[in-house]
Ligand binder design. Structure first.
Ligand code: GDP
Ligand code: MG
Length: 313
């Protein structure tokens, strides 16, 4: 008999799949936690705050569960237009999530920024219907005796359904968190077939490397967010990896900036991104970049969803 949808052939447990959104102040350790849960480098972990812009940044397989990890940029008071775009995106990630993890840097504790995030989450529409869990991170940086009072203080601000104490960097407590998440996400079929998870992760990761170069090389000239969409990933017979990606900008004028005079800029971008990719993949990479002006993409929720959750191979 063929397995029921949502069941793995021969498996005892039904499959589970859910979206887990990580929220918190910049530098709380959200990207590090995503990487630790997934077990491979996916999101960019950067000392620079607010570089994470993609929604889906990791897929963690824990037993029969597939956890789609959304590493939101910090929820903070929007200042510039770009910040507002990121905030809108963070809110959307929050709206779609099955479980919200508030990640707090235990070493800095209950700062004004953390208070603001907790307040915003509590005031969000549908707050209270979605589990909100507290993750005290960086426990390696604080004395044990200070952890419980901090957990109590935070729980006094908001009654969290669960509280975890972890070191995303060292790994302490992360397997326990992963297991609880796996048990808590809804029963249902995996969004990404098992044999595609690693390609999906690789595509997302490689897109992040290109986006980081865009940020590094063009942040002064490109006032608005540019996105990198993974299009195709293939392995050549000689073992080299062929990577096709599309850079999305808002306007033709921005496309001209990304391409540069005689294509000089995109060549430099591509060369730097390719070097990062080769270092990360440990082999040769052929990178093919195209640039597309897609007016309004940053405001189009469907495009955000596409960027986060679909790719072509
Ligand atoms: P994000 O802005 O919330 O995504 O934070 P990141 O994941 O980029 O982490 C910010 C900084 O905190 C990085 O330098 C990480 O290496 C560091 N960090 C993250 N988790 C831990 C942890 O558990 N312990 C320590 N000591 N440092 C951590
Ligand atoms: Mg981050």
């Amino acid at each position: 008999m063929p397995p029921e949808p949502g069941q793995r052939a021969g498996a005892q447990e039904p499959s589970r799949c859910g979206v887990v959104a990580l929220v918190g102040a910049p530098n709380a350790g959200k990207s590090t936690l995503v990487n630790r849960l997934v077990g491979t480098k996916v999101a960019i972990v950067s000392p620079r705050a607010q570089t994470t812009r993609r929604r889906l940044t990791g897929i963690a397989m824990v037993g029969a569960a597939q956890l789609l990890l959304v590493d939101t940029p910090g929820i903070f008071a929007p200042r510039r237009r770009l910040d507002r775009a990121m905030l809108a995106e963070a809110s959307e990630g929050v709206a779609d999530a099955d479980i919200l993890l508030l990640v707090v840097d235990a070493a800095t504790g209950l700062t004004d920024e953390v208070e603001a995030v907790v307040g915003r989450l509590a005031a969000a529409p549908a707050a209270g219907q979605r589990p909100l869990w507290l993750v005290l991170n960086k426990v390696d940086r604080i004395a044990r005796a200070r952890l419980l009072p901090l957990a109590a203080e935070l729980n006094a601000r908001h009654p969290f359904a669960e509280t975890f104490m972890v070191s995303a960097l060292g790994g302490d407590g992360v397997p326990a968190l992963g297991a609880r998440l796996a048990a808590a996400v809804p029963e249902g079929p995996w969004l990404f077939p098992e044999d595609r998870v690693s390609d999906a992760l690789t595509s997302l990761f490689l897109a992040e490397l290109t986006r980081e170069q865009l940020y590094l090389q063009l942040r002064d000239e490109l006032p608005l967010a540019a996105a990198v969409e993974p299009e195709r990933l293939a392995e050549r017979e000689d073992g080299a990896i062929e990577v096709h990606q599309r850079i999305l900008v808002e306007r033709e004028s921005q496309k001209a900036i990304v391409v540069g005079k005689g294509g000089a800029r995109i060549k430099a971008l591509g060369a730097a991104a390719r070097r990062e990719m080769e270092a990360a993949m440990g082999g040769r990479v052929h990178l093919f970049l195209t640039v597309k002006a897609k007016p309004g993409w940053a405001d189009d929720r469907r495009v955000w969803r596409d960027l986060g959750l679909t790719w072509v191979d």
